[in-house]
Design a protein around this ligand. Structure first.
Ligand SMILES: [Zn+2]
Ligand SMILES: [Zn+2]
Length: 352
């Protein structure tokens, strides 16, 4: 077994500094109560939480603060982490994805391919989309956004039920997005993370009582991103270095997404073995064949995806399989609902 230091956290949340209902102390406490090791905050168009000094360590829990960029039409939402200032609000999405890249910051395309029927959606909830993800600057995407799915499935008719059962809606990442992601990885490296997009929005239901939809702590017990680090990660590390460790890991793809609602995925591993070499998620190797291995904390329906197609489906907690060259990732389901989604491992043929 490897000696990775596994960090479990949530990405993408809003505070009162944009359209969330919680202040920073409340959100931080909710994250700690939910058992997170880290949280990445992303208010719309502001890093006020950062300038007020909330970025950093709380014992061994780490809070990183970036922000969510939008274009002048409120489309093409893009999370940016590692910038020292908010960019000019007039930039188009093509300009800001380039600017984030040029400044060496981490950019993540938020809720791609969001679809909502404007006729059926409750007022004030128009779809927010990316017209295309095919830009070389887009290197990381949100593969699974809890809030976005809920919004897609919420209509005037079912909103009462939906408000009371926020986590029951998002059962899987979007098929269309998974397909795009697998295809993109045939040509280049695009890694993925899971996003909660927590707002804890307070909504009056039928004019009767007010309820915070997606309370922070509930959301932090849904879509999580597990980072596998080589190094220890605790409050002895300088704040700036701690941020760099998280952002570098997200870029690298040595991480996986889980839905905590289906079970705690801590301890899950997926890697390839070629001779004496171990290849991790997000990595590639030149080889005609390799052995893929996975360990799960409990038995689940494991799907091995090769070049975008289902290659093998097996109910297990321990996978070991010899495979030809290809681009592989793994999904695990519990009761036909998505639990774990990994980044790709690339076995590129042509070894001599
Ligand atoms: Zn957004
Ligand atoms: Zn958001």
């Amino acid at each position: 077994m490897d000696n990775f230091n596994e960090l479990v956290g949530c990405i993408h949340a809003h505070s009162i500094y944009s359209d969330g209902s919680g202040d920073y102390p409340k959100i931080i406490q909710s994250a700690i109560d939910a058992g997170l090791d880290y949280l990445l905050m992303s208010d719309h168009m502001t890093m006020k939480g950062r300038s007020e000094g909330y970025n950093g360590w709380y014992d061994d829990f780490f809070l990183g603060i970036g922000y969510e960029i939008q274009d002048p039409d409120d489309q093409h939402h893009y999370l940016a982490f590692g910038l020292d200032e908010v960019l000019d609000a007039k930039l188009t999405h093509k300009e800001y994805i380039k600017e984030v890249e040029d400044r060496g910051a981490l950019g993540i395309a938020a809720h791609p391919f969001e679809e909502r029927d404007p006729e059926k959606a409750p007022r004030g909830m128009p779809p927010i989309n990316w017209t295309s993800l095919d830009y070389p600057e887009i290197k990381v995407i949100e593969l699974w956004n809890m809030m976005s799915h809920w919004m897609e499935k919420t209509t005037l008719r079912n909103q009462f039920w939906n408000f009371l059962h926020p986590r029951s809606f998002s059962t899987h990442p979007k098929t269309k997005l998974l397909k795009w992601w697998d295809k993109a990885n045939q040509d280049r490296k695009v890694t993925a993370i899971g996003a909660v997009d927590a707002h804890a929005t307070k909504i009056k239901i039928l004019g009767l009582f007010e309820k915070a939809v997606f309370d922070y702590k509930i959301m932090f017990k849904s879509i999580r991103t597990h980072l596998l680090l080589d190094e220890p990660f605790d409050h002895h590390i300088e704040e700036e270095d701690a941020e760099a460790i998280i952002y570098d890991n997200i870029r690298s793809g040595r991480n996986f997404i889980s839905n905590y609602r289906r079970g705690d995925a801590r301890g899950f591993r997926f890697w390839a073995q070629s001779g004496s070499q171990a290849i991790q998620m997000g990595e590639s190797i030149q080889a005609d064949e390799a052995k893929l291995k996975a360990q799960l904390p409990r038995k689940a329906h494991v799907k091995l995806i090769r070049n975008g197609d289902l290659y093998k489906k097996i109910y297990t907690n321990n996978l070991e399989i010899d495979v030809p060259a290809g681009i592989y990732r793994l999904e695990a389901e519990v009761k036909q609902r998505g639990w774990i989604y990994t980044n790709h491992i690339k076995i590129k043929g042509g070894h001599n």
